[in-house]
Write a protein that binds this ligand. Structure first.
Ligand code: F6R
Length: 605
């Protein structure tokens, strides 16, 4: 199961801090919630339920506890039930867990725990195991004995009965950050949970055992040696994680794109040319590169596809995009001259992290494009390029995609210069076009009323198609993903020329087709493909840089994008696609920020 925990062992009432912390993490997506806290007699009380934090609030009574743990669960092992919600209690132990214990079944059998289990979760097996090894006196010894037995990923926060005021924590892979402030000590899977109490925090080192009390946190390794935490300081506060007048985070983040792009590119443009000096990436990194593999998941991977199209076009070297969860189990062809670029907003996506670890066994030339500072992927890659988009709270990624794409534009230009694939004059022109992107996006954002209007036609659709060629095809994939994840309408992306090889059979009267035609070298071809679907009754919404299209045999609705050099059209086109998804979702009365079944940070495989 996947956790968002927010714990406090402090001098003020814990319950409200826990519930508020869980609410701040609601954006990550979950299906059950629970808390545990110490009662005055040293015993532990648990409240938990399937449903939302507001449902949890409703079953919590007022209490004076100052130390507790809280959790939201995203079901992996066992359905969404009250019993499967965390915290889990076994004997003296109550705990919450983020991750998956892969060998839980084996452990339950080997240590004869089955009779004690009341849930279907892997987590409860861990709770039972900690309790089995606990002698009633020394929690740390129990933790030291249990941890080496566990296979998989975990971040645990554990309370032992009759040890009021103390929380123990330990992690492997799954994220966990901690801080102490005058209000108490905090630990959570995401900083947002406690940032209002402390901007100074540390990332919990893997396999460190934390002992957290109101005024201090001690760390030791599995051999008992003391570990000094490395403190970091965040450069954003809660205002960046609030809606600021927008009805949703997603709409806010869509509108933040011009500013976010500038934050990504401006510090890396020196004298009109790309520079990665401040990121510490030497020119040799770009010079000695035979091929590039881009690895990521979901939207980050689609941003990688934009990068691939551009890189291969300009550099003329092989560029591959790999789905992180597949890459890990294939036999990737990577040499010490290969550059591997991993892309991740959160920097914590397990599949991407593990893919990076695999890539590092083959090349020293790994680079990550990451938004969240200090995240695992950022720390483990050889080089990191932070996108500075600010916190992305809506589950569906928007600004993170455009800044990732922008990072690829900068990287491509640098690679092209170093590899003599572009003249300095051309590079200056390229960068100047990139600098115009934020203004162009600002223009496109003004079309929101028109986009909202046209989505009325989509609200009752069961199936939709997104088609295009070249970079427009990669955009189609992102457009389709965005629509399905927040509107629950089936959306399929297709290379326009491929439709006639089967999929066109699905086009019938009124089926919405969102067609993209921003690339001149395939413009006539894609228009022919659009006519093919139109002739079969599709309702076509066309995005192109034409001023006007009045030919009713091509489309029903046309969105005219500002005229820009076509290599840069992806930025403005994707914003329209994001708005189509957004207004379709809200038009259907759905919660665009928190779509069903999804989690923001996918820390399970
Ligand atoms: C879709 C979306 C996901 C993420 C994917 C990777 O809108 O947000 O597809 O892009 O889960 O997440 P990160 O970028 O955090 O690795």
């Amino acid at each position: 199961s996947d956790v968002c925990s927010s714990d406090l062992t402090g001098n003020i009432k814990a319950q409200d801090i826990l519930l508020t912390g869980l609410e701040k993490l609601e954006y990550r997506g979950y299906d059950s919630a629970g808390i545990a806290y110490f009662k005055e007699n040293g015993k532990i009380s648990i409240r938990k339920t399937a449903g939302k934090v507001k449902d949890l609030r409703a079953i919590c009574d007022d209490n004076d506890a100052t130390c507790g743990i809280g959790h939201t669960r995203w079901a992996t092992h066992g359905g969404v039930t009250n019993a499967n919600a965390h915290p889990h209690k076994s004997g003296s132990v109550s705990l919450i867990h983020n991750g998956i214990i892969e060998n839980y079944h084996e452990l339950a059998t080997t240590y004869e725990l089955e009779d004690r289990l009341i849930s279907e979760t892997d987590t409860e097996v861990a709770a039972a195991l900690f309790d089995k090894f606990y002698d009633g006196k020394n929690p740390i010894e129990a933790i030291k004995e249990v941890i080496p037995l566990l296979k998989g990923s975990f971040a645990f926060c554990i309370m032992f009965e009759n040890r009021p005021g103390v929380i123990y924590a330990v992690r492997n892979v799954s994220p966990m950050v901690a801080a102490t402030s005058k209000e108490g000590s905090f630990i959570a899977s995401d900083l947002t949970a406690f940032i209002e109490y402390s901007k100074r925090y540390f990332i919990v080192p893997e396999y460190a055992i934390l002992t957290m009390e109101a005024d201090k946190i001690d760390l030791q390794d599995l051999n008992g040696n003391t570990i000094e935490p490395e403190f970091l300081e965040v450069d954003w506060d809660m205002t960046a994680a609030q809606k600021e007048g927008y009805p949703t985070f997603m709409l806010k983040e869509i509108n933040e794109q011009p500013a976010a792009i500038n934050r990504t590119i401006m510090p890396r443009i020196k004298d009109g040319l790309p520079s990665f000096e401040e990121d510490g990436i030497p020119d040799s990194f770009f010079a000695d590169c035979s091929d590039i593999t881009i690895v990521a998941c979901g939207t980050a991977m689609y941003a990688g596809m934009v990068g691939k199209t551009l890189m291969q076009d300009i550099l003329g070297i092989p560029v591959t995009v790999a789905i992180a969860s597949e890459f890990r189990y294939e036999r990737p062809v990577i040499t010490d001259k290969s550059v591997v670029i991993v892309v991740s907003q959160s920097g914590e996506t397990i599949d991407t992290l593990e893919a990076l670890r695999l890539a590092k066994t083959k090349t020293n030339k790994t680079l990550s494009i990451v938004n969240v500072k200090g995240s695992s992927i950022a720390r483990e890659s050889n080089y990191v390029l932070y996108t500075h988009a600010g916190p992305e709270i809506a589950v569906a990624s928007t600004k993170a995609y455009t800044v990732q794409a922008a990072a690829f534009y900068l990287l491509t230009c640098k690679l092209a210069l170093v590899q003599n694939a572009m003249s300095e004059a051309d590079a200056r022109a390229f960068i100047s076009n990139l600098e115009n992107v934020s203004d162009n996006i600002a223009e496109v954002l003004k079309l929101s009323d028109k986009v909202e209007q046209l989505t009325k036609r989509m609200l009752n659709a069961s199936h939709t198609f997104f088609i295009g060629r070249g970079s427009d095809y990669t955009l189609s994939m992102e457009g389709a993903l965005k629509l399905k994840e927040i509107s629950y309408i089936h959306a399929e992306a297709y290379a326009a020329g491929e439709l006639k090889h089967g999929t066109i059979a699905l086009i019938s009267e009124g089926v919405p087709v969102i067609a993209l035609a921003t690339q001149s070298h395939v413009y006539n071809k894609v228009i022919s493909n659009i006519r093919e679907v139109k002739a079969r009754g599709a309702y076509v919404i066309l995005l192109s840089m034409d001023e006007k299209i009045t030919d009713a045999t091509i489309c029903d609705t046309h969105i005219s994008l500002p005229k820009v050099p076509e290599q840069f059209a992806v930025f403005e086109a994707v914003v329209i696609l994001q708005m189509i998804a957004y207004f379709t979702s809200t038009g259907k009365g759905l919660n665009a920020d928190q779509p069903r079944n999804l989690a923001k940070s996918v820390t399970v495989e």
